[in-house]
Design a binder for this molecule. Structure first.
Ligand code: FAD
Length: 438
């Protein structure tokens, strides 16, 4: 079968890999000059199977309200005259209950586990190197109240089978001694030893090279303009070559939409109403002046909701979310505030360890769903498949999402309790619940 995969981020490239392994003829199309140049470029680098709580929870609405007025708040909602934003916001509110949280977290844990196994097998098979560190993720707290809430959260997550330990300040410092100069502000932590970190861009680009070596064709620098449908099926995809401006039309037996936040607008004209909205995030990557004093364990700083990951002789600080449409500018006042806050916080935690004078700032649009659960499966058009909406966890769920979609396209049901999208009406009960609101 000839399959066209739309999008060469972590999700599209992983999907292409597993489809090729299954013997299909695969073409990947992307507007950039290489794989992973948009949201998969400089994210928080965490493979975060055990820290996977969705944003929507019973106490989320109050927190968001409190943060509304602050330019440096972890989650910023900028209301716009955009029906998609309001639809997303209302669906999000419907997910802010204990029962929805439980339903969503169970699926995220299931996909995370499946994906971690897939990633490990893929790395063992290909030998791809991407600054991988298998040292767990350490979440530390800067107030007693937050620590107590974190300990209660760890207890809850353990009930879903996740290995999350509660640590005293001394135990936090034993796991990550580099936090020593901040120790008086640490009240405790939680730790997930089986989580890991690594560079999503390096991994995705290396996997794309391996795909190419197996015969996958990559059509870079092509804008995807539209999908045309005939007789209830997608018949072709219309592209524009960015270098020449010339139109290009491609046909295939099946199409996979893996365009992150841009998947929803592309599929809307076909009557496929995905509730994916961009949540803008930022990262700063700094060169380490004193690598011997820098952290090795991937960190979550609870008070700022930021991730800090070691990538060789660099450190990546990432986080914050802004629901304000498809805006990828880094030169706005808000963007400046948010980027500078990342570096300032790193300096507070690890004074003088990194070169803060030349930060490498980046922004990306998390393809977010109200549930945090991605859409993986078939749409109402039988030859149009989706792998998108991975929100905060696309790197964590990348390999597994690629493998799962390839399995579905080969007519098999992947071995995990997850509500795959299936317009044929066989979606699992968990997914049906999620789809009503998503
Ligand atoms: C600040 C931040 C920190 C994060 N930290 C983590 C983390 O620590 N761990 C984790 O698991 N996840 C993290 N994420 C989330 C993760 O990065 C995303 O979920 C993931 O990258 C999404 O991958 P994707 O392949 O769906 O999208 P993308 O990587 O954006 O890929 C989509 C591709 O489609 C192409 N495309 C889109 N529209 C068109 C078009 N019209 N024509 C042609 N091509 C098009 C783009 O060029 C792009 O290459 C973070 C995200 C952000 C923003």
């Amino acid at each position: 079968m000839r399959v066209i995969v739309l999008g060469a981020g972590i999700i599209g490239v992983s999907t292409a890999w597993y489809l090729k392994q299954a013997g299909h003829d695969v073409v990947v199309v992307d507007r950039q000059a290489d794989a992973a140049l948009e949201t998969s470029f400089a994210n928080g680098a965490q493979i975060s199977v055990c820290f996977c709580e969705p944003w929507a929870s019973a106490d989320a609405p109050l927190k968001v309200l409190k943060w509304l007025a602050r330019d440096d708040s972890p989650l910023l909602f900028r209301p716009k005259l955009d029906p998609q934003q309001w639809r997303w916001g209302l669906s999000f509110l419907l997910q802010c209950s204990d029962s929805a949280f439980e339903r969503n977290v169970r699926q995220l844990v299931a996909l995370g586990r499946y994906s971690h196994e897939a990633l490990k097998a893929l790395v063992a098979e290909t030998g791809i190197e991407y600054q991988r560190l298998e040292r767990g993720i350490l979440h530390f707290f800067s107030s007693q109240k937050d620590f107590e809430a974190g300990a209660a959260g760890a207890e809850l997550m353990r009930s879903y089978g996740v290995d999350r330990k509660v640590l005293s300040r001394e135990e936090v410092l034993r796991i990550e001694p580099a936090l020593g100069s901040f120790q008086r502000n640490i009240f405790g932590g939680t730790y997930t030893p089986s989580d890991e970190s690594g560079d999503a861009r390096v991994f995705t680009q290396a996997l794309a090279r391996r795909c190419e070596a197996l015969g996958v064709q990559f059509l870079y620098e092509h804008d995807i303009l539209a999908l045309d449908a005939e007789g209830g099926r997608v018949s072709r995809v219309r592209l524009r070559d960015r270098r020449t401006g010339q139109p290009v039309v491609l046909q295939a037996d099946s199409f996979v939409a893996a365009l992150g936040s841009y998947t929803a607008p592309l599929l809307r004209p076909l009557g496929v109403p995905l509730n994916i909205y961009p949540a803008k995030g930022y990262s700063a990557t700094l060169r380490l002046k004193h690598p011997e004093r820098a952290s090795m364990v991937s960190l979550l700083d609870d008070s700022r909701k930021i991730a800090i990951s070691r990538l060789g002789d660099h450190i990546r600080i990432a986080g914050t979310a802004e629901l304000a449409g498809f805006d990828t500018r880094l030169d706005t006042p808000t963007a400046r505030v948010r980027c500078e806050a990342l570096v300032r916080r790193y300096e507070e935690l690890f004074p003088g360890v990194a070169d803060a004078s030349e930060p490498n700032y980046w922004t990306g649009l998390r393809p977010s769903t109200p549930t945090n659960i991605p859409y993986i499966g078939r749409t109402r058009l039988p030859n149009l498949w989706v792998n998108a909406g991975h929100g905060t966890l696309g790197w964590t769920h990348g390999a597994g999402s690629g493998r799962a979609l390839a399995e579905l396209m080969n007519g098999r049901r992947p071995a995990l309790d997850f509500g795959f999208l299936d317009a044929g009406g066989t979606a699992s009960p968990t997914r049906r619940d999620a789809r009503v609101a998503a």
